[in-house]
Design a protein around this ligand. Structure first.
Ligand code: HEM
Ligand code: CU
Length: 502
């Protein structure tokens, strides 16, 4: 099976069987994780909507834990490993050089992910995604996380092996194509991130076994965010790489200045970890001077990189569409962009939502001076549903609309619905995130089961304005869930039962 190539009629890439199989199975695993993660998100959202308040106290925290794990960790990382194989073999027209290792990594991630899900559902780990000590989970939970992370490390490392071997085989001359380069930056950050992960998860595992007696919560948070924050930058880097790849494949866009785009990826590698400090702004670990310098100045080195991409991608689309003759007025090119192609519209919405909802709010909430009035409020999940959901998840959905015809060789079922899906999902997420941020600005806490405080010895009522914002969370959440279900039906339905294309 290894070494057998075919030429893809839609993208022109020479695709080898084992590389194709790795991309396919990682995508299938990713979508299945999104099924569980999305269902949990739905249940949590209708629980936070006070007029519904669906789950029991215990299940709220249990399912919130699972939502974070399956949506943020599993869906996104499985998809990123698919991207690793796609950009380091398919896009370079070479074979996968170590497919066995690819399967070992995949298997570890599956086993680790399954263990985590089972332990959480069995009630052994109501610790939420961050598993802050001294909250203690069953040792198997930490073992599951470690296995998943080792599997991911194997997957990300294969990128380097593939591109080095591909160069020897003459697949590219001086430098990698931009999409591959971007995923390469993500892989470098991934290796650094997973090293922090090992440094914190292995001791915590030993602590849960009583081998280590005590872990200082401040140290835990410091090292944990060396894992937790840069892993979001893997997502940002991979998402931006997808922006370039999808706009290139759907419109033929080429960056106006490729060197600038590459430099921006390098900025991510160097400066993203300094931004981890925004998670520690209420901790006594760093001095106020350190926090102000870090979050008012250093942080912008990475933010600047995102600004570059946010201009470079639309500019590339504008240039190519103007070349095609859409030159009337300032915006004819924008009107004539392929808005009916769900791959393109998903990426366009991803750029908008990531920039205007996720990015701007992140810069504001991450500043030392502002952080204290938003810390641990509902505004924070509002911010990151703009980044990892409106941004990354939507971009990955868009790419998968291209990969299904190209790699699974099936055409999309329900093409008319597929056209609408990115809009339904995107608008839902926008309403959800804005509702969360607005409620947070009135002090509504995150990770809180009952903001009416029923049965509490003292009474407290929030500003009545939050009723509207919490309803936005419920209604936006339901709309996003409808968009998510449509995505799952279309993608899995096409993979299983779409018309064969070649
Ligand atoms: C239909 C889509 C989604 C809905 C309706 C939804 C809704 C929610 C809600 C209501 C919360 C609870 C916040 C709280 O009570 O503090 C939450 C938390 C969270 N969501 Fe989502 N979400 C969705 C999709 C996603 C996706 C795709 C991701 C990841 C890529 C994600 C990542 C997270 C994370 C990491 C948390 C925080 C968990 C924690 O505090 O431990 N969500 N989501
Ligand atoms: Cu962060």
């Amino acid at each position: 099976m290894d070494g057998e190539f075919r030429v893809c009629s839609s993208t022109g890439f020479r695709i080898e069987r084992s590389a194709e199989a790795l991309v396919r199975w990682n995508i299938i695993a990713a979508i299945l994780c999104l099924v569980v993660g999305g269902l949990m998100g739905f249940l949590v959202a209708i629980t936070r909507w006070p007029s519904v308040h669906f789950l029991s106290l215990q299940n709220y925290y249990r399912f919130l834990t699972l939502h974070g794990i399956d949506a943020l960790l599993a869906w996104i990382i499985f998809f990123e490993i698919a991207l690793v194989h796609y950009t380091s073999s398919v896009m370079l027209n070479v074979r996968s050089y170590a497919p066995m290792l690819g399967w070992v990594g995949f298997g570890l991630m599956l086993i680790g992910g399954a263990i985590i899900n089972i332990v959480v559902l069995a009630g052994g780990a109501d610790v939420m995604f961050t598993s802050y000590v001294p909250l203690k989970a069953h040792p198997l939970y930490y073992l599951g996380v470690i296995l998943f992370a080792v599997g991911a490390l194997v997957g990300f490392s294969l990128f380097f092996y593939n591109v080095v071997r591909a160069k020897k085989d003459g697949a590219y001359k001086r430098t990698l194509p931009l999409g591959t380069f971007g995923v390469g930056a993500a892989c470098i950050i991934a290796v650094l991130t997973l090293a922090h992960g090992a440094a914190i998860m292995i001791p915590t595992f030993l602590w849960s076994l009583d081998v280590i007696k005590n872990i200082d919560p401040s140290i835990y948070r410091l090292v944990f965010w060396g894992l937790g924050h840069p892993s979001q930058q893997i997502n940002v880097c991979a998402m931006v790489a997808v922006w370039y790849v999808v706009t290139a494949l759907t419109t033929g866009a080429k960056p106006v200045n490729e060197k600038l785009s590459r430099t921006a990826f390098v900025l991510y590698i160097f400066f993203i970890n300094v931004a981890s400090e925004h998670h520690l702004l209420v901790d006594p670990v760093f001095s106020p001077w350190h926090k102000v310098i870090n979050t008012s100045y250093m942080m912008h080195l990475a933010v600047f990189a995102s600004m570059v991409h946010a201009f470079a991608v639309p500019a590339a689309v504008e240039v190519v569409l103007r070349e095609k003759g859409y030159t009337k007025g300032l915006f004819e090119w924008l009107k004539k962009a392929p808005w009916g192609n769900p791959a393109f519209s998903a990426v366009a919405l991803s750029i908008l939502l990531f920039g205007f909802i996720g990015g701007i709010s992140g810069v504001i909430f991450g500043t030392e001076q502002f952080n204290i009035i938003r810390h641990n409020t509902f505004a924070i999940p509002g911010h990151f549903h703009g980044t990892v959901v409106g941004g990354t998840t939507l971009a990955f959905m868009g790419l998968s609309y291209l990969l299904i015809p190209s790699l699974f060789r099936r055409s999309l079922i329900m093409p008319g619905v597929a056209k609408l899906q990115p809009y339904i999902y995107g608008i839902g997420i926008a309403i959800l995130a804005i509702g969360m941020m607005s409620a947070g600005s009135f002090g509504v806490p995150r990770r809180h089961y009952d903001i009416t405080f029923s049965g509490a010895p003292f009474s407290f009522t929030f500003d009545p304005a939050i009723d509207m914002f919490m309803s936005m969370v419920g209604i936006g959440g339901i709309l996003a869930v409808i968009g998510g279900v449509l995505y799952i039906v279309i993608s899995l339905g096409s993979i299983l039962g779409g018309e064969r294309t070649e």
